[in-house]
Design a protein around this ligand. Structure first.
Ligand code: GLA
Length: 337
């Protein structure tokens, strides 16, 4: 950033896009405190990064732990922020007890009862405070012919576990927007599967209102062409689209390099360019896209630090590790004027 930019008052990110879509950030108990200034000024929607997942909210049957989620709601209420719920039914971060009955696997009836009880307790507690929920996360396979991932939910309940989850959720909070959420959502093969799944839910009359595009992207992939094609396809279903977990890694997915303490100049330039192109597309699809959420607040903390490559930091956001706006931020803001 040059001196002129430093001296300018930093415009609010969410205000810049308020006629198009809301801007969200995923938070955890630490970043809710360390990132509070950025959250107050630049984001108008919050998502819990981990603390509203099944294993966090109901680690043992009937034992609910809402304290950390409640902190998020206290912050949201104090600062007038909306909350996106994440996530109710997923194959990961779900305790084993859900699928067991003593030493036998749980029957379909028992697994469905537990799904319903969980959804009822969690959505009931936050009813009216969550405008949109990721009801089912990542149910589709990444490759091959098979549509649905071979998960414990699929094994215990059968293919209609997805429809059931949406039906239970809609019963508890008929005003909440209900989303199917997935990653690699712009891959041509996978996006077709997501389309097929969601279309079949709609054809059965299942209450689903949107598709969440996680958007864990990087400075090389996916191509703009694939992103646009996926959005076109999803939007053709007449549903809302949310960008739910956006980050733009400076490494290609299979890049294992560990030598950098800062991103290279080339990475910074590419990231700037990519962010600008992504937001151009989001603006173009603003009739369908109603929220863009980043999977973090600023570069001082991201789940991509030390993952998938141990001992390597990443710098995927619009704010740097000192919470200053990066050149990518200024580009998309200046484009909005
Ligand atoms: C997936 C999940 C998120 C989160 C990320 C990694 O995308 O939907 O909840 O766990 O993986 O942080």
């Amino acid at each position: 950033m040059n001196q002129t930019q430093l001296q300018k008052k930093v415009p609010s990110l969410y205000e810049a896009f308020q006629n198009n879509f809301s801007i969200g950030a995923a938070v955890n108990p630490k970043t809710l405190v360390s990132g509070s200034d950025l959250l107050v000024n630049h984001f108008n929607s919050l998502t819990s990064e981990n603390h509203m997942k099944f294993e966090n909210l109901q680690p043992q049957e009937g034992v609910f732990t809402f304290e950390e989620a409640d902190q998020l709601f206290a912050f949201a209420e104090a600062n007038g922020k909306m909350v996106r719920g994440h996530t109710l039914v997923w194959h990961n971060q779900t305790p084993d007890w859900v699928f067991q009955d003593g030493d036998k696997p749980a029957t379909r009836e028992l697994a469905l009862k537990r799904m319903k009880d969980h959804i009822t307790a969690v959505m009931g507690r936050y009813k009216g405070k969550i405008y949109a929920w990721d009801v089912v996360n990542e149910a589709v396979t990444d490759s091959g012919e098979v549509l649905l991932r071979d998960s414990k939910w699929l094994q215990a309940v059968g293919e209609d576990y997805i429809a059931k989850a949406f039906e239970f959720a809609h019963e508890v909070d008929p005003d909440a927007l209900l989303f199917y959420n997935d990653y690699n959502e712009s891959d041509p093969g996978k996006s077709e599967k997501i389309y097929t799944l969601v279309k079949s839910l709609l054809d059965q009359g299942v209450p689903i209102h949107g598709i969440g595009l996680q958007a864990h992207w990087n400075i090389h992939d996916p191509s703009l062409e694939n992103i646009r094609a996926a959005m076109e396809r999803y939007a053709s279903l007449g549903l809302q689209l949310h960008i739910t977990e956006m980050d733009v890694s400076v490494f290609k997915f299979d890049d294992k390099r560990t030598d950098l303490l800062e991103p290279t100049e080339e990475m910074v330039e590419l990231q700037e360019q990519r962010y600008q192109q992504f937001f151009d597309i989001f603006n173009e699809y603003k009739e369908s896209i109603s929220n863009v959420t980043f999977w973090g607040v600023a570069d001082d903390y991201t789940w991509l630090d030390y993952f998938p490559v141990a001992s390597r930091k990443n710098w995927p956001f619009l704010f740097d590790k000192n919470h200053q706006p990066k050149s990518s931020f200024w580009n998309i803001i200046n484009d909005q004027k």
